[in-house]
Design a protein around this ligand. Sequence first.
Ligand SMILES: NC(=O)c1ccc[n+]([C@@H]2O[C@H](COP(=O)([O-])OP(=O)(O)OC[C@H]3O[C@@H](n4cnc5c(N)ncnc54)[C@H](OP(=O)(O)O)[C@@H]3O)[C@@H](O)[C@H]2O)c1
Length: 344
Amino acid sequence: MDARRCFPHLAVPPGSVVTVRAVQITTFGGPKALRPVDLPPPSPTGDQVLVDVDTAGVNYSDVHRVEDTYLVPQRLPLVPGAEVAGRVRGGPSDGQRVVALTPGTGGYAEQAVVDPRAVFPMPDDVPDAVALALVLQGTTAWLLLRGCARLAPGETVAVQAAAGGVGSVAVQLAKQWGAGRVVAIASTEDKRALALDLGADAAVDLSQARDADGVRDLLREANDGRDLDVVLEMTGGHVGDGSLAALAPFGRFVVYGRASRTPQTPVPPTDLIGRSCGVTGFLLAHAVSRPGGLGPAMEELLSLVRTGRLRVVRGGAYPLADAGRAHEDLLARRTTGKLTLTVR
Ligand SMILES: NC(=O)c1ccc[n+]([C@@H]2O[C@H](COP(=O)([O-])OP(=O)(O)OC[C@H]3O[C@@H](n4cnc5c(N)ncnc54)[C@H](OP(=O)(O)O)[C@@H]3O)[C@@H](O)[C@H]2O)c1
């Protein structure tokens, strides 16, 4: 007897999968909370797109979500992963090779649903790790400098975590777009050497500074004794406060993270009058929902990579089941550039 004829609701269409391998958390915590599991395949809703994942990208926001220290509270169970590279499953683009953003989670799995506004066809000569370095961290760097800071040629820029995923792209874009001086901030000798190799004019270790005044002094020193026009700030605490204090009149302080888990000290807007400074927040999700979305950023970043003017720093590929190790390395500040998970 053909069971599918008697019980059509149980039928599994040819080519569909019953379970997918994924990495999930069921309690909030550190990297050890990440466990390999088999899950039912995700179901796209609305115009979401289903992707067979070859490689998933790892981002610092994944670490925050697993700890539940992200901007908004997270819900359990949770499969982390904000970006994937793979092939579209089903629909008119079936089989198309793409890189894409998930709705924020779901990427650490053999199949993921992705945001239709952030799906980009990938040419065959662009490896997954390169495409993944661009789609979230690269577009963030692009938007921080062009959209938020509106960097003008000749201006000075400080880039925190300059050897990291966002930072390594930001250093290169700032130079590419004519920054007068790029000051790279990084916590180890090797990371500072990498940032200088990527084009930074100076590199400084702010983890040596005990307070905001110390941070401001080190930044000024690294900028030939002058204040800075732009600071890309993702640390928080006294590093954030001292970085704001190192801004020149008409400077822009662009806040996009809080890796220290300590917020920056609030600044009353009237205090900014006396310094003619601007403070801007940035969240990539807002850029995705704007007309045009990430398209212009992806187009330029891909062109820069394919013409050899932008170098992607590959920080390491981990098996999917070792996602916890990738998170451990990120938390311990051992990594540079783009981290990926090999899914198939
Ligand atoms: N707002 C947005 O839309 C958006 C988008 C993308 C990323 N981000 C943020 O941008 C930052 C960089 O993200 P990423 O994915 O590219 O990560 P990443 O820079 O590759 O890795 C994080 C780096 O942060 C630095 N760091 C500073 N303080 C730290 C601390 N207390 N603990 C651990 N690391 C610390 C470390 O570099 P050093 O050792 O050199 O200090 C570390 O390597 C993160 O804060 C992330 O949340 C925000």
